[in-house]
Design a protein around this ligand. Structure first.
Ligand SMILES: [Zn+2]
Ligand SMILES: [Zn+2]
Length: 266
């Protein structure tokens, strides 16, 4: 792992014994979704707009990690615009990054330390990954690819801390892949191997428990052969359950690597 090698180099540690705790979080189901750079934010987060409108304070709690403060702000603005006819909904959403005013930070930390706090969606940079204990997070979304596997594991591991079933989705564009380390590259380019095993193999670890295909990852879930399986249905990520107004998700095969429109996230 790049981060650990770097630490060892900095502290001049030679032949040190590495003790790595198995990072497997078996209660978190892993999803991966590649989207086009041109796909509008409203479409990517349509499921969450619908969810908040329908369930309001009863919505699951989502933690969205963005690569930059700019992306955080864009996302927040997008929700504001969509909720302009019902501004009460915007109270369920907050931002948390290094430029967030201290009083807001304190409010966020306090609210997020309660399982049933008001905030239902927290849009954050990696600043929220460290040293803060967030409760009741049922879902993490990585919006953009984390630079390295350590960051990714740390961020999605914020979900399901109470032991209940949780979900993690990594939403990325092909352009993201250029600036990530080899482990992350392998992870997002993999289309056929269990996502959990792919993460753990970067730490030379294996899954801790026998896995139910429905709860492991989107690739394992495809192995279910049961027709109209109810478990498949309930364990699907809401991203896929909400029909977009005008987006055909099957048309994402063509290579748009070098075509960027104004809708670029950053
Ligand atoms: Zn799996
Ligand atoms: Zn099934």
């Amino acid at each position: 792992m790049a981060a650990r090698t770097e630490l060892q180099r900095k502290f001049c540690m030679v032949d040190c014994l590495e003790i790595i705790q198995n990072p497997d979080r078996h209660n978190i189901k892993l999803f991966l979704q590649c989207v086009k750079c041109s796909m509008p934010l409203d479409d990517i987060f349509y499921f969450l707009i619908v969810l908040l409108r329908e369930k309001k304070e009863l919505s699951d709690r989502f933690l969205i990690f963005c690569p930059t403060i700019r992306t955080c702000s864009k996302l927040f603005t997008m929700f504001r615009i969509n909720f302009k006819n019902n501004m009460k909904l915007i109270d369920y959403i907050e931002m948390y990054h290094s430029k967030t005013p201290d009083d807001v930070k304190e409010y966020v930390r306090d609210d997020m330390s309660k399982v049933n706090g008001k905030i239902r969606v927290l849009i954050a940079t990696s600043a929220a990954g460290m040293g803060v204990n967030f409760k009741g997070v049922a879902n993490t979304i990585n919006f953009g690819c984390p630079r390295d596997m350590d960051s990714f594991v740390q961020q999605y591991g914020r979900a399901g801390r109470d032991g209940g079933n949780a979900m993690s989705i990594l939403i990325f564009t092909k352009r993201d892949i250029r600036s990530v380390d080899d482990d992350m590259k392998l992870y997002v380019q993999n289309e056929s191997h269990c996502r959990r095993e792919t993460i753990l193999s970067a730490y030379k670890c294996k899954p801790l428990t026998d896995r139910n295909v429905h709860m492991c990852c989107d690739i394992c879930a495809k192995k279910c052969q049961v027709k109209d399986c109810e478990e498949c249905c309930v364990s699907q990520h809401p991203f896929y359950n909400t029909k977009l107004p005008a987006y055909d998700s099957t048309s994402s095969d063509d290579d748009d690597d070098d075509v960027y429109s104004d809708a670029e996230w950053d």
